[in-house]
Design a protein around this ligand. Structure first.
Ligand SMILES: *[C@@H]1O[C@H](CO)[C@@H](O)[C@H](O)[C@H]1NC(C)=O
Ligand SMILES: *[C@@H]1O[C@H](CO)[C@@H](O)[C@H](O)[C@H]1NC(C)=O
Ligand SMILES: *[C@@H]1O[C@H](CO)[C@@H](O)[C@H](O)[C@H]1NC(C)=O
Ligand SMILES: *[C@@H]1O[C@H](CO)[C@@H](O)[C@H](O)[C@H]1NC(C)=O
Ligand SMILES: *[C@@H]1O[C@H](CO)[C@@H](O)[C@H](O)[C@H]1NC(C)=O
Ligand SMILES: *[C@@H]1O[C@H](CO)[C@@H](O)[C@H](O)[C@H]1NC(C)=O
Ligand SMILES: *[C@@H]1O[C@H](CO)[C@@H](O)[C@H](O)[C@H]1NC(C)=O
Length: 707
């Protein structure tokens, strides 16, 4: 409560945005469809569980996914001699400053186990639920008067259509607290044989499973069984190799489950004595679900979402008579709904959340900053704390093991991560990327400033202390003392944020140097705040770091890069130099940033960068850089850039490089807009952070300044 009142005190005091006004703004972006999308579902969910629906409110015609944070599967291990166990995998050694260091990269002599480790475990699509019309080959075109509305204020998906001239209406809800979807159906057709089917897929070896996950025709590879049946409940087990999980169904009235005829896994539920059916499906890894769903999911969902929208920070652009403001507001609202459903999990989300599978469903720790930071910046601390700092605490032993095996101290965080073991999937980039290392410091510092009392501050210090300390230990021992130049170097071998350089020659990337300094500054401050001794090594490395590389008066990707601002080979992928000032605050130690260099960097990126080939979050990072440089018009231009797209339901379009949805784009938009609303240290509040002609009509509430 105190954190909240502090939030509001620091926000714009005069401008409390009423509950009714928030509701009006939110519901003005309710999603309407009249046919299924080819690429995205409409979803209900809770961050650890999500249900993707087609136009029928179920998955009748489009097998959109039902995914969870616990549902994972392994294919069987290779049988190739010497590669039959994960312990057989050795990675490869690479020369690193005069010594051989083992890296988790694919080993050509161990192709099978290297590939296995990349593909496993992968996230499961738990099931498919749809209408069974009682005859074959019914298509979406056979339905008339299709309409659908997703109400963002209550989490209710309402769908209706007619079949054979008879109306069917459907409501779909998710339980905020369990892995449960609730469905209610009203139709005379229920009495004439309209039923629901439930089917189960088997996964494949593809890196990206979009828009659908798994296959329903690989029926001989897995088994299902009806474990338990009463007139109004059933439990079905699904076994895929070593993985088994359960689907628990309950329904109102009396129903009949028709089991599949081999080789199918399709079960059918019919309830022929009624015109109303309420059904719940709870998924769980154990035969008894760990917690019982709410007895009234519509009410619980409505309360949860109303609280979600009414107790957080808020941006209201509705008074601005500009289509651009409306477009930005739409992105802001829908991104909040979608990231709450897809990204607020116990672990950081995969880049496609719980919508479909990217990179086998694993999360990438360098992306965790984008995914998780918005919850803190918008005052949704409960969602932030679902994974922070727990995910780092869970992965700490694995990270320490990685550092130790490479001859470093402390904890080296992986990239594309197995959530159960913390193993980083073998990959050249995975093993050599380093910008995920200081993320814990960023999270810790943001959470610290959100604390409302001394006691809360102390709790934040205590809980992050171990993770921050081990991270700093690694960062200090990773930096390499270069006798010749008399500075600490980062790399080689290293991949910078832009993953398109030769790691063997990449040294002192600009963003990573700035981030190393930031991370060590926070680690030092953490010890000082706790009244503890600061390890001398942290200070020595921080103070000895190489200078940020400059070419033609602008920051370069890395030191010594050829043709930086003259060849188009170097001006594409992530323009991370914009993050030096966009994502990071000005440095607290060392020399101040050179404003002329920062400005020239922004100009050169705008003029020369291959933005058509950029990812969405590049635009958010560029927008934040523009903001700090005093150019909010440019910031908004980046946030509405034609390459930075969101579809009709607000899903972030993947673009040329990854499938849709790509949630770092939604999350980064929320981080950038939070900065426009709350300012940053030394430039707090919203003034001067919006286009001139919008400024007087922008209403914001509840934002703390950014770092
Ligand atoms: C379906 O939706 C589209 C896009 O919103 C709209 O243009 C069209 O008029 C709608 N059709 C019907 C039959 O409602
Ligand atoms: C997959 O296999 C790995 C290695 O044996 C194991 O650690 C992990 O628990 C397994 N995961 C699943 C979901 O079976
Ligand atoms: C970097 O060096 C390693 C050997 O240490 C080699 O296997 C790899 O191909 C090199 N990478 C590039 C991009 O040249
Ligand atoms: C349904 O479609 C399949 C494949 O097109 C066809 O073989 C089958 O005869 C159809 N069934 C009916 C009842 O129309
Ligand atoms: C199995 O289903 C997939 C879609 O999940 C489809 O691409 C494939 O062609 C089907 N295979 C067969 C043999 O029907
Ligand atoms: C030491 O720094 C100089 C200047 O930056 C660089 O050219 C050289 O490659 C570095 N030495 C090593 C061994 O990395
Ligand atoms: C760089 O320029 C060349 C020649 O104009 C062009 O063929 C190439 O596609 C460009 N590459 C990028 C990444 O823009």
């Amino acid at each position: 409560m105190r954190a909240l009142s502090l939030l509001f005190a620091l926000g714009s005091l005069a401008e409390a945005i009423s509950l009714a006004q928030r509701q009006k703004v939110v519901q003005s972006f309710n999603v309407h469809r009249n046919k299924s999308s080819e690429t995205t579902p409409l979803q209900v969910g809770n961050g650890n569980f999500a249900f993707g629906a087609d136009i029928t409110g179920l998955q009748t015609f489009k097998p959109y996914a039902i995914m969870s944070t616990w549902g994972w599967h392994n294919f069987s291990l290779p049988t190739t001699p010497g590669q039959t166990s994960v312990d057989d995998y050795t990675g490869l050694q690479m020369w690193t400053h005069g010594r051989l260091v083992p890296y988790e990269v694919p080993n050509p002599a161990q192709n099978d186990i290297s590939n296995w480790l990349r593909e496993n475990p992968h996230r499961l699509n738990l099931a498919r639920v749809g209408f069974d019309f009682g005859r074959q080959n019914v298509t979406e075109d056979d339905l008339q008067k299709k309409t659908q509305e997703l109400d963002l204020w209550s989490g209710k998906l309402s769908s209706s259509f007619e079949y054979d001239g008879c109306p069917v209406s459907v409501e779909t809800w998710a339980d905020p607290d369990t892995d449960t979807v609730a469905v209610s159906v009203n139709s005379q057709l229920l009495k004439k044989g309209l039923g629901l089917f439930l089917d189960f897929p088997y996964p494949d070896h593809e890196k990206f499973n979009a828009p659908f996950v798994g296959h329903f025709n690989l029926t001989s590879k897995h088994t299902t069984a009806l474990e338990h049946l009463t007139p109004n409940s059933a439990t079905i087990s699904h076994t895929l190799d070593a993985t088994t999980y359960y689907t628990h169904l309950t329904w109102t009235g009396e129903g009949t489950i028709t089991p599949p005829t081999s080789p199918s896994h399709r079960y059918t539920l019919t309830t022929p004595h009624q015109t109303h059916l309420s059904l719940t499906l709870t998924f769980s890894p154990s035969v008894h679900p760990p917690s019982t769903p709410s007895p009234n999911i519509p009410t619980t969902s409505h309360t949860w979402w109303r609280t979600f929208w009414s107790t957080s920070a808020f941006i209201d652009l509705s008074r601005i008579p500009s289509p651009r403001a409306a477009a930005l507001q739409r992105r802001i609202i829908l991104s909040q709904y979608l990231t709450a459903i897809n990204s607020a999990s116990f672990s950081p989300p995969q880049e496609s959340g719980l919508t479909n599978n990217g990179w086998y469903g694993k999360f990438h720790l360098e992306m965790a900053l984008w995914h998780t930071l918005p919850f803190a910046r918008w005052g949704r601390w409960d969602l932030f704390r679902r994974s922070q700092p727990g995910v780092y605490q869970r992965l700490l032993d694995a990270a320490k093991g990685r550092a130790k095996s490479q001859g470093y101290r402390g904890a080296r965080w992986g990239k594309m991560t197995d959530p159960q073991t913390g193993r980083s999937s073998p990959g050249d980039i995975n093993a050599l990327l380093i910008w995920q290392q200081p993320h814990p410091m960023y999270f810790a510092e943001v959470e610290y400033r959100g604390a409302g009392t001394r006691r809360e501050e102390w709790e934040v210090l205590e809980k992050w202390k171990g993770v921050v300390g081990e991270t700093a230990e690694f960062m200090a021992s990773y930096a390499w003392w270069n006798e010749t130049s008399g500075v600490y170097d980062l790399g080689p071998p290293v991949y910078p944020v832009s993953e398109n350089t030769n790691p063997n020659v990449t040294q002192n990337p600009a963003f990573e140097l700035a981030y190393w300094r930031f991370g060590l500054d926070v680690a030092v401050r953490w010890r000082e705040r706790m009244g503890e001794a600061v390890p001398g090594e942290w200070v020595k490395v921080r103070d000895g770091l190489a200078k940020l590389p400059v070419v033609d008066g602008a920051y370069a990707v890395y030191e010594g890069i050829e043709g930086m601002w003259t060849s188009n080979a170097t001006t594409n992928d992530h323009p991370a130099m914009a993050g030096v000032f966009g994502l990071l605050p000005p440095p607290e130690s060392g020399e101040p940033l050179d404003m002329a260099v920062l400005k020239r960097t922004a100009e050169k990126i705008k003029e020369l960068w291959a933005l058509d080939y950029s990812y969405g979050w590049d635009f958010a990072m560029l927008a934040m850089n523009s903001l700090r440089l005093g150019d909010p018009e440019q910031a908004v231009e980046y946030l509405l850039h034609p390459i930075y797209q969101f579809d009709d339901a607000g899903y972030p379009v993947g673009g040329s490089r990854v499938p849709t949805p790509y949630f770092p784009n939604s999350a980064s938009l929320l981080i950038a807009t939070a900065m426009m609303a709350g300012g940053w240290d030394g430039n707090e509040g919203k003034e001067g952070h919006w286009p001139k002609d919008w400024e007087k009509d922008v209403q914001v509430e509840g934002f703390l300044p950014a770092l």
